[in-house]
Design a protein around this ligand. Structure first.
Ligand code: 28F
Length: 690
């Protein structure tokens, strides 16, 4: 465990940030006391308890603590190592809240030899007077009452990755075997102890000594309960250090120390304090990268609905886009409306500026967000009075107003910054242009890799294209199912025959609006393979094949797909049908083998005449083909694909119209029993060979 020297660095943000030391403790504390009854002392309360007279607040305390012990997962997510480390975060978060209120400048966390943890701050000290709402001292209120207002996100009330919204200290108390709290306040040192899951140890809160008036703050020592944290009660220094460091970046000027005194041979004492806040965090994240701008860009602002937005970012030459976002110092790994606000502002203002400078012409496309953010490192931090978290693990910020808040704070200041820093703006433009060019080159390379079509366009990777470049001799077989597709690929004449396997049912054309057609992968593959567009844009002069051959099984499904394909061609590539480019392959229905010679029947009515030709009592084998997949490559080739042997039907417009009508009847409103309807109409095309 290396000993790191004290870390304090100068801020890098524009204006020197006010450090917490400079904050004047100007408030008159007497005004703070107004909500706590001065009269009652804890002594009186203890006497009350001694008489066994439990009042409502005592019952409320017991109810709350037991609830937490019964279902700890409800409050800290899990009781694994992760949940154990949550205990530290809940206590530190309370100290950070005191810092956010402007009264605390130093927080320290110590991993003690006995396995307990001590957290201390130099804030005002938790109030010791009685809180009217609870009838308890401020300290006991914070450490034994589950605030009714404690917000649990989500319907199941599970703990969110965000803080416990002020009920964290009570949860820690309930899940600890002992807790000792020292409060330095009003020149007195007050102490209270809890044991076995939050039960107050007599005599409760009392004064144990004096301290200088300027010495104020809260110190909490707690020991996690091993009956709750069964997996482990051992804290990991690396986990604690990472959280402390992140908290220091997120709260600029706040000094946070982590001390590990468990091994007296190798104690660790580290202090983190960053005047530059999240701007310095971005520098830390970009350490070792080639940056485009020396200074990190930093904006912050408070919106009228009380949301504080901060954003820091720096462009680098790397190709990775890093964005880390936080709400109330809690990481929102799932992103959310604060990131969306950044995205809106960044995309809008950068492109607007580039067009205003005419680096981008009005007619040019705007840069995409990906172009603009390639190599960019961004940290966004928002402080929100009532955060709502979404997503599976509640790590996505859901407050809708934050999208606008972040977009306006960041957008306004980014627009201003670009005008004031045109040189840097130009560097950002060139970075985005590099990204744009890289993306286009990658697209071209990807298409080339997929196997450049004979004509250079992007072709679907499921297409086994043929080698010839002459569309007149090129044939495209659209084959139903991958197994038949495999046989067709093996049996084909690779110079002139291309194979496009079709997965199962393709889109039901009847019900699909034209836009959805494009989205259907099967249809899209077909459109790309044929290469002449579709619908209004169809251009017969661009077709890459002069024969498009539909090869589906002779069964009901095969007929169904055939009808769908014919309807598609008829509706979106009609010139193909009109020009006689569409064919239907005719695979055999039967194979009769007599004296090791194969005879094929392509229609039912051919079978009997074939049998009649055989000598009486001839012994022969008969195979009924149920699907293309039952034929091996050579059988499929010689019966259905070889130009001089195959039988194909050329589709005419009336055939396609029949398919279209069939489809409308079939898929339209008055749905009739599909199976017999398709079979009855499967023969609607005339038998015309090429
Ligand atoms: C090591 C952990 O928990 N620090 C805290 C304060 C200060 C005040 C406070 C906390 C009383 C009942 C609302 C002081 N003076 N460190 C900490 N420091 N809580 S927790 O008040 C809590 C109120 O509920 C404080 C005036 N106002 C507030």
């Amino acid at each position: 465990m290396e000993e790191e020297k004290e870390k304090t660095t100068e801020g890098t943000s524009e204006e020197p940030a006010k450090s917490f030391d400079e904050v004047e403790k100007s408030e008159d504390f007497s005004s703070e006391e107004v909500k706590f009854k001065k009269l009652d002392t804890t002594q009186e309360r203890e006497e009350e308890k001694a008489t066994g007279k439990y009042d409502a607040s005592d019952l409320q305390v017991l109810k709350g603590l037991d609830a937490v012990r019964e279902r700890p997962g409800m409050y800290i997510g899990t009781t694994s190592a992760r949940g154990l480390h949550h205990l530290i975060r809940e206590i530190v978060d309370n100290a950070v809240d005191e810092a956010l209120a402007g009264y605390c400048t130093k927080i320290s966390v110590t991993l003690e030899k006995d396995g307990s943890v001590t957290v201390e701050d130099n804030g005002r000290g938790i109030p010791v007077g009685i809180v009217q709402e609870t009838g308890l001292s401020g300290v006991e209120t914070v450490y034994t009452i589950l605030h009714a207002g404690g917000k649990f996100e989500g319907s199941n009330g599970y703990k969110v990755s965000g803080g416990l919204h002020g009920v964290g200290a009570t949860v820690v108390n309930a899940l600890s075997t002992h807790v000792k709290i020292l409060v330095y306040r009003e020149s007195k040192i007050h102490e209270i102890d809890f044991e076995n899951g939050g039960h107050t140890v007599a005599p409760g809160l009392r004064v144990i000594g004096d301290c200088p008036a300027e010495r104020t703050g809260t110190t909490v020592n707690f020991m996690p309960d091993p009956t709750i944290f069964k997996e482990t009660t051992v804290f990991q220094l690396s986990e604690v250090r990472e959280y402390i460091r992140q908290t220091a970046y997120l709260n600029r000027g706040l000094s946070l120390s982590v001390n590990d005194v468990r091994d007296s041979e190798q104690e660790v004492h580290e202090t983190y304090c960053f005047q530059g806040g999240i701007a310095e965090y971005v520098s830390f994240l970009d350490a070792g990268k080639a940056v485009i701008l020396q200074n990190v860009i930093y904006f912050d602002g408070q919106t009228e609905d009380g949301v504080f937005v901060e954003a820091a970012f720096q462009p680098t030459k790397s190709s990775v886009f890093t964005i880390k976002s936080y709400c109330n110092n809690i990481r929102t790994a799932g992103g959310g409306t604060h990131e969306e606000g950044f995205r809106l502002a960044y995309g809008r203002e950068m492109n607007k500026f580039f067009k205003m400078k005419e680096w981008l012409k009005e007619s040019d496309d705007s840069f995409s967000y990906d172009d603009l953010t390639e190599g960019l490192t961004v940290v966004i931090s928002v402080k929100h009075p009532d955060p709502q978290y979404e997503g599976q693990v509640k790590d996505k910020l859901g407050n809708q107003e934050v999208r606008k808040d972040a977009s306006s704070v960041i957008g306004d200041q980014l627009a201003q910054w670009l005008i004031e820093n045109p040189k840097e703006g130009r560097l950002l433009f060139e970075r985005a242009l590099t990204a744009y060019k890289g993306r286009k080159a990658a697209e071209r390379a990807r298409n080339a890799v997929i196997g450049k079509g004979a004509f250079g366009g992007a072709i679907p990777d499921k297409l086994a294209d043929c080698i010839s470049k002459n569309p007149v001799e090129r044939e495209l077989f659209i084959v139903e199912g991958n197994s038949a597709g495999g046989s067709a690929k093996n049996g084909r004449d690779a110079f002139t025959q291309a194979i496009l396997p079709l997965r199962g049912k393709i889109l039901n054309i009847e019900k699909a609006a034209e836009t959805r057609i494009e989205k259907n992968a099967e249809i899209e593959n077909m459109i790309q393979a044929i290469g002449a567009g579709y619908g209004e844009q169809f251009d017969i002069n661009k077709i890459k094949y002069h024969k498009i051959i539909i090869m589906t099984d002779a069964d009901v499904d095969g007929s169904h797909i055939r009808i769908l394909l014919l309807t598609f061609f008829y509706r979106y590539m009609k010139p193909l049908v009109e020009g006689g480019y569409i064919f239907i392959a005719q695979p055999p229905l039967y194979k009769l083998t007599y004296q090791s010679h194969d005879y094929y029947c392509f229609k039912e009515e051919e079978l009997q005449p074939l049998k009649d030709k055989l000598p009486a009592n001839a012994r022969f084998a008969l195979q009924r083909y149920k699907g293309l997949g039952e034929m091996d490559a050579s059988q499929l080739a010689e019966t259905t694909m070889e130009k001089d042997k195959r039988k194909m039907w050329k589709v005419t417009v009336t055939d396609a119209e029949a398919a279209d009508n069939a489809l409308t009847d079939l898929m339209g409103e008055n749905v009739v029993p599909r199976k017999d309807f398709i079979t009855a109409n499967a023969k609607f095309v005339k038998n015309l060979d090429a």
